[in-house]
Design a protein around this ligand. Structure first.
Ligand code: RIB
Length: 351
């Protein structure tokens, strides 16, 4: 296998100059750089990534840990990060923690020994410490939290405007004439779920609309939880006419529950989600949702890592990406039912 020494001899330069060309340092004259690259190509030389890592004490690896790879939201975030990482010569290694802090910590401990350039993490449990994340910082790796942030974390982070998105979605349901609006939250130990509940409550309070205790149902961020909690809501004597779901999977479970109860969405029950997954257009009816620009979350996180490795020593950033509403068929104006003189039920859509 060709060596740097052979390249230097054939190109008539020092070993240091060959190394500078391999590390793309600007100090090399263009003519010299071209001559060295010609010899490298002719010998089919492959630089040793391990050798480079040992010299820099850091590899071009970016570790990314997400809590639930089966939720389409996370592959969307990963895709955004991986595109930016690959374009900049980094290699992303993906880990699924299954919402398990012990598994997440084990991944972090093991992969830190590979001297990664950075760690991008959606944490499994916000109540736990960030000792492992700080160990990455102490080893010179960049660390970016995405989607949900531990309360004591003061480093780089990228999230959506969870509260504002939920507030706008709930305001939209109110504008459609709904007054009995319920919400199915995500697990309330997570900041994204807590902030979305806060946005829902802010909109309801501003409209002076009551929210009975049963109208707030806590679920996991999945279809089964959404279906189970929606079934409880739909059995209430004062059944809600609209549901704000804390993510799209919960919303899809609620649509399933409505169908099981013989109710029409949106005629009998409007359902609003949060994420804007690609599959939202495929549900029946297509899901109205809050778009949190999923791949942008990952792309911004990867760019922060790359900037930090390149020497960005600026203060830690919390990037909050604004959301916007995507209105589809699962939401509609409140319908009132009145009986005609002949007792026939007539459904009217409030203007
Ligand atoms: O963790 C699950 C949810 O949290 C995702 O669906 C997305 O909404 C994220 O914020």
């Amino acid at each position: 296998m060709a060596t740097i020494k052979q390249i230097a001899k054939l190109a008539g330069v020092s070993i240091g100059t060959v190394s500078n060309v391999l590390n793309e340092l600007p100090s090399v004259r263009e003519a010299t750089r071209k001559r060295v690259l010609t010899v490298i190509d002719s010998l089919g030389y492959q630089p040793s990534l391990l050798g480079r890592a040992l010299r820099k004490d850091q590899t071009n690896m970016i570790v990314m840990i997400v809590p639930d790879i089966t939720n389409p939201f996370f592959p969307g975030v990963v895709r955004g990060a991986e595109d930016v990482a690959f374009q900049n010569g980094y290699r992303l290694v993906l880990c699924n923690s299954d919402n398990d802090y012990a598994k997440e910590s084990a991944y972090m401990r093991e992969l830190r020994t590979y001297r990664p350039s950075g760690l991008i993490i959606v944490p499994a449990d916000l109540s736990k410490g960030q000792e492992e994340a700080r160990a990455y910082l102490n080893a010179g790796s960049a660390v970016v939290y995405v989607d949900r942030i531990p309360s004591r974390w003061r480093g780089d982070a990228v999230t959506s405007a969870h509260e504002e998105g939920a507030y706008e979605a709930t305001k939209h349901l109110i504008a459609l004439g709904h007054k009995r609006i319920a919400t199915i939250t995500g697990p309330l130990q997570g900041t994204s779920a807590v902030q979305r509940l806060a946005g829902f409550q802010r909109a309801m309070n501003e409209a002076r609309l009551p929210v009975p205790t049963q109208y707030i149902q806590e679920s996991n961020f999945n279809r089964a939880g959404g279906c189970e909690k929606a079934e409880l809501l739909l059995k209430l004597r004062a059944r809600p006419t609209a549901i704000f779901a804390a993510n799209d999977l919960i919303a899809m479970g609620a649509i399933k529950a409505a169908r099981r109860a013989g109710l029409s969405c949106p005629d009998d029950i409007s359902i609003f989600g949060f994420d804007n997954l690609e599959i939202d257009d495929e549900t029946t009816p297509a899901l109205s949702t809050v778009d949190q620009f999923i791949s942008e979350l990952g792309a911004r996180a990867a760019q922060i890592v790359i900037n930090r490795v390149a020497g960005d020593k600026s203060a830690a950033k919390h990037i909050c990406i604004p959301t916007c509403l995507r209105l589809r068929g699962s939401t509609g104006a409140l319908k009132t039912r009145r009986a005609t003189a002949t007792g026939k039920k007539v459904v009217e859509r409030k203007s």
